[in-house]
Design a protein around this ligand. Structure first.
Ligand code: ATP
Length: 142
């Protein structure tokens, strides 16, 4: 099919994904961005959130946290610090991580602890969100 873009997602541990897709939506540090074939080249840092791509009319979700994305007219390369496909996300683990982060935020100790706890909370919540979105779109079952 014409007008596809290659999406590659790589982490320090593994090559997570390499697919020809119709569209990529991703959480950049300055906001969500969307990429179709022939997009102007750019480079951005990634935030904590849920990336999605469309393939054969279906929407697939991937949790990403930190790293960079490079966009060229034919390719999106995601170099993420951490990434999981929605079906790999362990919801129970994310719920427990969220509870731990909530407890740490209540204690409000050093500022650095607060920032770390906020980031842990964001990772847990965005993992839960990625999994829920994938379930709603039917690309992952409960
Ligand atoms: P936790 O406290 O549960 O480890 P975390 O947010 O601190 O969560 P990360 O530092 O983001 O974890 O990731 C460490 C490793 O654990 C990565 O390989 C990541 O893919 C994996 N991981 C973390 N949480 C989950 C989860 N809920 N489901 C699947 N893999 C997870």
């Amino acid at each position: 099919m014409a007008n596809l873009i290659k999406l590659e997602i790589v982490t320090p541990d593994r090559n997570l994904l390499s697919e020809d897709v119709e569209y990529v939506g991703a959480p950049g540090v300055s906001g969500e961005f969307g990429v179709l074939h022939n997009h102007t080249p750019f480079l951005t840092a990634l935030s904590i959130g849920s990336l999605f791509y469309k393939k054969d009319g279906r929407k697939y979700f991937v949790f990403v946290s930190g790293g960079f994305t490079e966009v060229t007219p034919t390719k999106v390369t995601v170099l993420a610090e951490v990434a999981e496909k929605a079906e790999e996300i362990n919801l129970e683990r994310a719920r427990k991580a969220k509870e731990r982060a909530e407890q740490r935020l209540l204690q409000e100790r050093e500022r650095i602890d607060y920032i770390r706890a906020k980031a842990a909370m964001a990772r847990a919540m965005q993992r839960m969100r990625a999994r829920e979105e994938a379930t709603s779109s039917g690309t992952v079952s409960m």
